[in-house]
Design a protein around this ligand. Structure first.
Ligand SMILES: *[C@@H]1O[C@H](CO)[C@@H](O)[C@H](O)[C@H]1NC(C)=O
Ligand SMILES: *[C@@H]1O[C@H](CO)[C@@H](O)[C@H](O)[C@H]1NC(C)=O
Ligand SMILES: *[C@@H]1O[C@H](CO)[C@@H](O)[C@H](O)[C@H]1NC(C)=O
Ligand SMILES: *[C@@H]1O[C@H](CO)[C@@H](O)[C@H](O)[C@H]1NC(C)=O
Length: 153
């Protein structure tokens, strides 16, 4: 199980610092862009964190080892995306540009997770509701990631 709460705290601390750093040169032209950008950064962190929680629940509801392995593979990819986001936030805290390879790793890991996540299928209605929940959280994180690409330049 990934250390989601700790990651979350680190990210919130990093994000807060990043927000403060970014807020320093107050150019009015940038304010609304910065707001959208930081909102999308916050959303991708919370969406991926919520997704990990849902996947852990689903894993406990899995009735066969192969489904479990698929879920664990998805969790590994999401953890990879979270790690790369942490690298980006650290760079921002240090006043550096987001490294391009970390950006690619966020997209690469989300792409890896997508097909297996969309293929999950449970007969148990409670578990299937969690599948839909996980897919919704994943789709929301993609929207947030696209928002970051669009608004954080
Ligand atoms: C799937 O993994 C979870 C823990 O991640 C475990 O609780 C559950 O028993 C496993 N189910 C099967 C069928 O392997
Ligand atoms: C997934 O993330 C990890 C760690 O951030 C990274 O090393 C790996 O290259 C990423 N995978 C892809 C396909 O981008
Ligand atoms: C889930 O599996 C059932 C039975 O195998 C199938 O009828 C249904 O189309 C599948 N749904 C998805 C979303 O793959
Ligand atoms: C998530 O997005 C995929 C395609 O991008 C779509 O097929 C799927 O229905 C969406 N799922 C939910 C729950 O929004």
């Amino acid at each position: 199980m990934p250390s989601s709460p700790i990651f979350m705290l680190l990210c919130i601390a990093a994000l807060t610092a990043a927000l403060l750093t970014v807020a320093a040169p107050l150019e009015s032209r940038q304010i609304s862009g910065d707001f959208q950008c930081n909102l999308n950064r916050l959303l991708i962190i919370t969406d991926l964190n919520d997704l990990q929680t849902t996947l852990t629940t689903l894993s406990a509801e899995a009735s066969d080892a192969s489904t479990n392995a698929t879920i664990q593979g998805i969790q590994t990819d999401i953890t990879g995306a979270q790690t790369a986001i942490g690298v980006i936030l650290q760079a921002l805290v240090n006043g550096q540009d987001a490294p391009g390879d970390a950006r690619d790793q966020v997209g690469g890991n989300l792409t890896l997770a997508q097909a297996p996540l969309l293929s999950l299928n449970f007969t148990d209605p409670v578990a299937e509701a969690n599948v839909i929940k996980a897919q919704t959280q994943f789709n929301n994180s993609i929207l947030a990631a696209n928002g970051v690409l669009q608004n954080c330049n």
